[in-house]
Design a protein around this ligand. Structure first.
Ligand SMILES: *Cc1c(COP(=O)(O)O)cnc(C)c1O
Ligand code: SF4
Length: 439
């Protein structure tokens, strides 16, 4: 592996530069896009958040493959992300130079039709302490607590399919997130059954080392008998690996990781990788190496997405690369039922087939991956496969996580449905009226 020249880390290349709806026409490569594509970005970008950066533009996207390049599709708005009627509505308003208020009103209506808060996130996973609802903390599964630090609720770039899209358009991120750790610590003291805290966002690794320390230090300095594992969910290895390479900021982040590991806790970086291309640059490989040297583990996860990674060969290649770099494949997710789902979703039947064929091409070291899994209201539901019983096809399912811990790992069946893309479209098999999680 060629070395990263740390002495040149002040060069422009390593300075984070973001582009969004308002300045994307200044992207150096933008002249490669047709006027039609630029207009599409303008239209779709009104509805879905759009943000990309110089690393993605210069090192990840293959500009010869536009508009079909997977990384381009991962970060740039696509026309088909909007239903034709929605696209038409916004594009008419833009062409008529409508007032800003009129566009905002139309966009707000469209947002409301896109199931902005899937899986009961806003009202069902609330952590309560002494009768008070705690902001920025979700407790859905017994062992694991989610923590949303207020300064980590944005990302280095936005994924076009993201289920957190409402928070990037100012819907609820800051209202919901937490500015302090006092309640987190009190809640953990009261709940010794919690072994894992998952710091999440947005992307917590958007925070400066100083803020990360502010949130994480109490977790390692306080006597918390239950707490064993600290996880950080992040897309930074894909979208901004220089976070771990350039300057004193990188050194401070890595030294914080080391501090957590030295405190006796397990530190798991839950890295989001959607395509093998994201593992191919010098920068990401070196970033992985430096993180692993701190004693942290890197586990990987991503959803299956139409037009980006809907091919077993892509997943097999990605998982093999991950294992070789010392990362542990963890989850394959099913695109959530929100936002541009009609564009990115793959039917469950096809999803199963892609997962199986991908797993058949990898060695046991990569078969640590679990899925394909739906993060639905009752829990994480895995589709194990399609089984023929008495001449009729069925889906075999299990819950990998459940609000009710006693339901996990009990197989159950649903009627086969070639088109279904989410749990709510499935019917219990064998004439039953309910799934186990509905009883
Ligand atoms: C996925 C998830 C977790 C973590 O589940 P693991 O199977 O332990 O990785 C925790 N809380 C919520 C709400 C989740 O969706
Ligand atoms: S990095 Fe994660 S939270 Fe951020 S836009 Fe992508 S999927 Fe959403």
């Amino acid at each position: 592996m060629a070395m990263f020249d740390f002495s040149r880390a002040t060069e422009e290349k390593y300075q984070y530069k973001a582009y969004n709806l308002y300045n994307f026409r200044k992207i150096p490569q933008i002249s490669r896009l047709s006027n039609q594509l630029k207009f599409d970005i303008e239209v779709v970008g009104q509805v879905f958040p759009f943000k990309t950066n110089n690393y993605i533009l210069n090192e990840l996207i293959d500009w010869h493959k536009i508009p079909n390049d997977p990384i381009f599709k991962l970060t740039f708005p696509q026309k088909q992300m909007l239903l034709p009627k929605h696209f038409q509505r916004i594009s008419n308003l833009l062409q008529l130079n409508a007032e800003k208020e009129e566009i905002t009103a139309a966009v707000t209506e469209i947002h409301a039709e896109l199931n902005p808060h899937p899986a009961g996130q806003m009202d069902q996973n609330i952590a309560i302490l002494d009768g008070e609802r705690l902001s920025g903390i979700q407790h859905k599964y017994r062992e694991t607590l989610l923590f949303f630090p207020s300064r980590g609720q944005t990302c280095h770039a936005y994924c076009s399919f993201c289920f957190r899209w409402p928070q990037f358009i100012g819907d609820d991120a800051y209202k919901f997130a937490s500015r302090e750790t006092g309640n987190l610590i009190r809640y953990l003291r009261r709940h010794p059954e919690i072994s894992d805290v998952l710091i999440t966002g947005g992307d917590p690794m958007i925070m400066k080392a100083k803020s990360l320390l502010y949130y994480l230090e109490p977790l390692i300095k306080t006597e918390l008998p239950g707490l064993q594992n600290i996880r950080i969910g992040t897309k930074s290895l894909s979208f901004w690996p220089y976070k771990y390479l350039a300057g004193s900021e990188a050194d401070e982040v890595l030294s914080l990781f080391r501090k957590i590991v030295d405190s006796g806790k397990h530190l798991a970086i839950m890295a989001h990788f959607s395509h093998p291309r994201e593992l191919s640059t010098k920068a990401v490989r070196l970033a992985i190496k430096r993180i692993r040297r701190t004693g942290a583990e890197i586990r990987t996860q991503a959803p299956l997405l139409h037009g980006i990674n809907d091919d077993p060969a892509i997943w097999a290649r990605m998982w093999r690369k991950q294992v070789r770099l010392g990362c542990i494949p963890y989850y394959m997710f099913i695109m959530r039922n929100t936002g541009a789902r009609h564009y990115f979703s793959i039917p469950l039947a096809k999803t199963c087939e892609i997962f199986k064929q991908a797993c058949q091409q990898i060695s046991g070291l990569a078969r640590t991956v679990r899925g394909p899994s739906m993060s639905a209201t009752p829990g994480k539901v895995q589709i194990n496969g399609v089984v023929e019983i008495q001449g009729k096809k069925h889906f075999c399912l299990t819950m990998l996580q459940s609000r009710n811990p006693g339901l996990a790992f009990n197989p159950f069946f649903a009627e086969f449905d070639e088109q279904a893309i989410w749990l709510d479209e499935l019917k219990p098999a064998f004439g039953k009226s309910k799934f186990p999680f509905q009883e």
